[in-house]
Design a binder for this molecule. Structure first.
Ligand SMILES: [Zn+2]
Length: 482
């Protein structure tokens, strides 16, 4: 029997606010354990929470960007359960009256435009962290750390509308892009700023009723989501094909070993005994709040990418790469506007991103060293064919470390660009004619002699030629003779 998978995602987005959801403690990393705590986020008796309005403004921004229905009066609720790193024994979240409902996320999956429906987005607080077990003397202990307790989260829940692991990966990639563009989260999955649980079930193709679902918890990379969901679909298919039935369960996925483990099975859903949080008033959103959130919306990433295609004639692939973050898209536009837009895209996608990855530089560091006007001046020279390919690459490499215009860099390194093939080909031919021995050796397979021949051409050019150009020309001519 053929089966189809039905997948829903629950994404937790950690907001980039200065302070926590219900207290004034700062949200920051790398502080000593339990540094950023107070009676509210430690759940001490009598402490009263107060809602962080910046977190609400961020939630509204996301809700509006996704076309959600925004509730003017939403309610915080207590979700009761015991967890050692949650000292109140309840989490403040939203239940039956969430801030945002419905809405869609547009996603391109394998070249095809799709929209995925959302169920809801609500605000809540994060728990602390447990470290266990550790051994002290003859005891096994756990340590609790509350710096993260009370950090603002948005939980975004999709309808069960995803069908394949590739769709899940594309959805998360787009969501990450969006929260970054909105400036509400860094969306770094490795740092836990974007976390995802996946609900997976299988049903015979053509059947509309849903099968029994399992939930994979805490997937912490986009690849991990793709692989974890793939593994679970395969597992359920094997079970069903062997005649077994699927048991509702919570699973953990170990991305390093591509293994799923059942954390717990549940015969019935948890009863969290939700009830309205009595210490917080109803959350009221006014039209002015909505107007302010609307005004803070930047051009949305998918709108911008479509514009890159129509305005600059870029292939959709380039538009998607350059649209990965607002900073990169801004940098690209500053380099491309009024110039050769495709050339700018090629150089930024390959060379700039390579330097960024090789050196581990954030884009800001690159843009500080090579601001857009400097990059643009360089690109204009490349477009005007004033810099032959290898020379351009060399100049680009200098730009990453040195100051100065293209002409200043060439002068500093003693290169007069007579690096064009027209300038150098006569010298190359002359050197080949004068050195039959090395040429024969090269052609017999001793390709290292190209170094000697390059040196001879360099000497003839008075040191003004660009070695890479010479070497390329030599290789071409030698190939012709071979
Ligand atoms: Zn606090």
């Amino acid at each position: 029997m053929a089966y189809e998978a039905v997948i829903g995602l629950e994404c937790h987005i950690q907001l980039k606010t200065r302070t926590k959801m219900f207290c004034g403690c700062e949200v920051e990393f790398g502080r000593p354990a339990n540094w950023n705590t107070c009676p509210v986020c430690l759940g001490l008796p009598g402490a009263l929470p107060r809602t962080n309005i910046t977190a609400i403004a961020y939630a509204l921004r996301l809700g509006l960007a996704l076309g959600c229905d925004i509730r003017h009066e939403s309610v915080f609720a207590r979700k009761n359960y015991f967890y050692p790193d949650m000292p109140k024994n309840y989490q403040v979240t939203q239940y039956d009256l969430p801030l945002c409902e419905h809405g869609t996320l547009p996603v391109v999956v394998e070249g095809e435009s799709r929209t995925f429906e959302l169920m809801r987005i609500h605000c809540e607080e994060d728990a602390g962290k447990s470290f266990h077990p550790e051994r002290v003397g003859d005891r096994r202990i756990s340590r609790l750390e509350f710096n993260r307790a009370g950090t603002p989260l948005l939980e975004l829940v999709t309808e069960p509308v995803l069908r394949t692991p590739a769709e899940c990966a594309a959805f998360l990639t787009q969501l990450r892009k969006l929260v970054r563009a909105l400036g509400i989260s860094d969306g770094d999955m490795e740092k836990g700023q974007l976390r995802c649980d996946a609900n997976v079930s299988l049903r015979p193709v053509g059947q509309s009723a849903l099968g029994v679902k399992t939930e994979i918890k805490n997937l912490n990379s986009i690849k991990g989501v793709e692989k974890g969901v793939t593994a679970e679909i395969d597992r359920q298919r094997r079970e069903l094909e062997s005649g077994a039935r699927i048991v509702q369960a919570t699973l953990l996925y170990d991305a390093d070993h591509d293994k799923l483990a059942i954390m717990r099975t549940k015969e019935s859903a948890h009863d969290y005994r939700y009830f309205p949080e009595p210490d917080l008033p109803v959350l009221r959103v006014t039209d002015a709040d909505l107007d302010a959130a609307r005004a803070a919306l930047p051009e949305l990433p998918w709108v911008r990418e479509a514009r890159f295609v129509s305005q600059y004639g870029l292939p959709p692939y380039d538009a998607a790469v350059l649209g990965d973050s607002r900073e990169l898209a801004d940098y690209y536009e500053a380099c491309a506007r009024g110039g050769d837009a495709k050339l700018a895209s090629n150089w930024i996608m390959t060379e700039v991103l390579r330097v960024r990855n090789d050196r581990g530089w954030p884009l800001e560091k690159w843009a500080e060293q090579v601001p857009a006007p400097r990059m643009r001046a360089f690109l204009d020279k490349v477009a005007a064919k004033e810099l032959p390919g290898p020379v351009a690459k060399q100049v680009f490499a200098w730009m990453a470390d040195e100051a100065g215009s293209v002409d200043e860099l060439l002068a500093l390194h003693g290169i007069q660009v007579q690096g064009s093939a027209e300038d150098l080909r006569p010298l190359v031919l002359q050197v080949l004619d004068e050195n039959p021995g090395p040429v024969a050796q090269y052609l017999a397979g001793k390709t290292i002699t190209i170094g000697y021949l390059t040196g001879a051409v360099m000497k003839k050019s008075g040191g003004q030629a660009v070695p890479q150009v010479v070497q390329q020309l030599l290789a071409e001519e030698l190939a012709r003779r071979g």
